[in-house]
Write a protein that binds this ligand. Structure first.
Ligand SMILES: Cc1cc2nc3c(=O)[nH]c(=O)nc-3n(C[C@H](O)[C@H](O)[C@H](O)COP(=O)(O)O)c2cc1C
Length: 247
């Protein structure tokens, strides 16, 4: 860990969130890090175009699924400058059609080297359940930015399939599957559970403790990613989705 004034480690979290799921995880994790004594700075990526959740249209939702599958970039405003010289950057955002989201892709193309070059970068992924292609593509892009990609922290929605996919699609389109007489038995809530958000705060504290104990950044993040995976797998064992769980 780099020596900081006062010996305090610093983490910068750069994130994009469309439907507030990543934002909730980031807020919780940042709080956990801060209570563990880490200096945290958050930088939100803001698209230039208005991109409002929900889209309120089935057609617009299909169109978004297609354009994001083609990895269309979404232009963002210049991110605010980093005020600190972090030991670690967490790059957080949702999976969009098996890829990083459009604003994150744009950030990596346009600002990746400037913000991430030479840094250890811990990806944090929020998704309904299909994240592997996203993680692999992100790893390649981070390497191209001269960053060191660490094992990602992956958070999936705790609903079984096929309800998870149907529910997410309908929520993006502006419907309320959790209130539908047909769906509410299978789909009670969109996004991450309250328990996952609480765990995210604890993950922040766990990381802070490892760093305070002098564990090297890569090892500390690796241990944390393993813990997040064990807890994700435990959930899926308890509630096996009918479809694929990782994508
Ligand atoms: C256009 C679009 C495409 C998506 N594609 C995927 C996908 O391929 N795999 C997946 O697991 N989730 C997918 N999702 C679901 C989001 O990753 C998930 O809802 C995530 O928690 C949203 O995070 P956010 O609220 O921070 O944007 C998609 C969502 C959108 C809007």
């Amino acid at each position: 860990m780099k020596e900081k004034p006062g010996g305090i480690a610093a983490v910068t979290i750069i994130y994009y969130s469309f439907s507030a799921q990543t934002a909730s995880l980031v807020k919780a994790m940042a709080h956990g890090l801060e209570t563990g004594g880490i200096r945290v700075e958050k930088i939100r990526l803001v698209p230039r175009q208005i991109l409002r959740f929900p889209l309120r249209s089935i057609l617009r939702t299909f169109r978004m699924m297609l354009t994001t599958f083609l990895r269309r970039r979404i232009t963002i405003a210049a991110p605010k400058e980093m005020r600190q010289n972090p030991d670690l950057i967490i790059l957080a955002g949702p999976t969009w059609s098996y890829n990083p989201s459009g604003p994150v892709l744009y950030f990596l193309d346009r600002y990746g080297r400037q913000y991430l070059g030479g840094m250890a970068v811990l990806p944090l992924i929020s998704c309904r359940g299909y994240w592997r292609l996203h993680a692999a593509g992100l790893k390649r892009m981070l390497r191209r930015c001269a960053a060191e990609p660490l094992t990602p922290l992956v958070f999936t929605h705790p609903n079984p399939e096929p309800w998870r996919t149907i529910g997410v699609f309908l929520k993006i389109a502006g419907r309320t599957p959790e209130k539908s007489p047909l769906l509410k038995r299978h789909y009670s809530r969109f996004g991450h559970s309250h328990e996952q958000i609480i765990r995210a705060e604890e993950y922040g504290r766990v990381l802070a403790r490892s760093l305070a104990a002098g564990t090297e950044i890569k090892a500390a993040c690796g241990e944390l990613a393993a813990l997040v995976k064990v807890e994700r797998d435990r959930f899926h064992q308890n509630s096996p989705p009918k479809g694929q769980t990782t994508g």
